[in-house]
Design a protein around this ligand. Structure first.
Ligand SMILES: *Cc1c(COP(=O)(O)O)cnc(C)c1O
Length: 391
């Protein structure tokens, strides 16, 4: 029923920058230095609509504008609705705000005992180690502090966070995020991971990063050696659309996997980007081909100025229903809403169970056919006593 997605069609090459020597193009510092940050720089390669142009002029007051040349190449510049374009090119709608929208949509500040730490769940913390990213997602849930465009004055200095984790033995799980932790130098990451590994109660360390997607050149052998040294380090990457699955991303995931880094993916359900079953099916299958296990599909947080990117939660449920049973469970992310006000992630699942009675479970399978599982409650416990076990 679903057509196959032949991996040989995956994007590769230097696109608009074909004239740059590959050794420059493949240097991650070159990519950062040549990020597109202004209307003029972008219009050198594509025509912006009036809504986008106005959005770009406003961006420095909300969330910085920056796009790596590598990621920019994934945009079909002739398509105003291109799914990569919608994620990173600002639009004037970002200045619109509605009453339900918030600057801190998931209530992180209220669960922050010290700067850089969000401690919401009993056994794990979110540790924000930088405010910078390689490129900026226009629906960023932390746009209040990421890129420091909003006078939030977030300048994480991670000794503070390390001390908090050292002093809280209940923290067995640390999630490094930001900003993007992989923008720290290899040396700083080595130091940070070494400090975390030295804390006896920290059992599980992972990094949330979109660097493999925005800047796969950053996944160098020397960075991989840092992960080997302190492993297992787990990583959640952030891919939203199959067009982001390139030869370069696939090679970066391979380097990480070969360095012993288990990989998961977190997607955000975005209107006009990935809010349909066919796009998500292609995405999750490509993720599996890249050794990446789909982990979460997030309903987009109620971040200020994100209404144009938010899809109806029904779409998320429809996607999960279209995947379940039609493809492997390994390809299925958990659809969640991060509850406004600090409730944490709440799973949303399509219903397959239509009833549970004293005698049976009544359910529907992925094709909508009804099945019954009888519950044998008639055998009393005594029936087993004295029975001889022959094995
Ligand atoms: C998402 C999140 C985590 C990690 O949750 P998992 O379900 O373990 O992936 C931890 N802390 C905060 C504040 C989070 O938002």
């Amino acid at each position: 029923m679903f057509p196959q997605d032949h991996s040989k069609n995956w994007h590769s090459g230097q696109g608009h920058w074909a004239h740059i020597p590959p050794q420059e193009w493949n240097r991650w510092v070159w990519q950062l230095q040549h990020r597109l940050k202004t209307v003029d720089e972008i219009e050198h390669y594509m025509h912006l609509t009036p809504e986008e142009k106005a959005g770009c002029y406003f961006a420095d007051k909300k969330l910085a504008l920056a796009i790596t040349p590598y990621f920019f190449n994934l945009i079909d510049v002739n398509d105003p609705d291109d799914p990569v374009r919608r994620q990173v090119i600002p639009r004037i709608e970002e200045t619109h705000t509605s009453p339900e929208e918030l600057l801190d949509p998931v209530g992180e500040d209220s669960s922050s005992p010290t700067e850089g730490i969000v401690h919401r769940y009993p056994d794990r913390v979110l540790f924000l180690v930088t405010d910078r990213c390689a490129s900026y997602c226009r629906y960023c849930t932390r746009s209040r502090l990421v890129s420091n465009a909003q006078d939030y004055n977030f300048h994480p200095e991670f000794e503070n966070g390390l001390r908090y984790i050292e002093n809280h033995p209940e923290v067995r799980d640390v999630l490094l995020s930001g900003g993007d932790p992989l923008l720290l130098s290899d040396h700083k990451l080595d130091y940070l991971l070494g400090r975390l590994r030295a804390i006896p109660h920290v059992e599980f360390i992972r990094i949330g990063s979109r660097i493999p997607v925005f800047l796969p050149q950053r996944i160098t052998e020397s960075l991989c050696n840092v992960f080997r040294k302190h492993g297992p380090i787990w990583m959640s990457i952030h891919v939203n659309h199959p067009n982001e699955c390139t030869q370069d991303l696939r090679a970066a995931c391979e380097r990480l996997a070969f360095a012993g880094v288990p990989l998961g993916n977190q997607s955000v359900l975005l209107r006009g980007v990935n809010d349909d079953p066919e796009t998500m099916r292609r995405l999750v299958h490509r993720l599996l081909m890249m050794r990446v296990r789909p982990y979460y599909l997030y309903q987009c947080d109620l971040i200020t100025g994100s209404a144009h990117l938010r899809a109806h939660p029904q779409k998320g449920l429809e996607i999960i229903r279209a995947l379940r049973g039609h493809t492997t469970g390994y390809a299925l992310p958990q659809f969640v809403i991060d509850a406004p006000g600090g409730g944490g992630k709440v799973p949303l699942n399509p219903d397959y169970v239509t009833g549970i009675t004293e005698t049976e479970v009544i359910m529907r399978n992925f094709e909508g056919k009804e099945y019954r599982y009888p519950i044998n409650s008639a055998i009393p416990e005594e029936a087993f006593s004295g029975a001889q076990c022959i094995y």
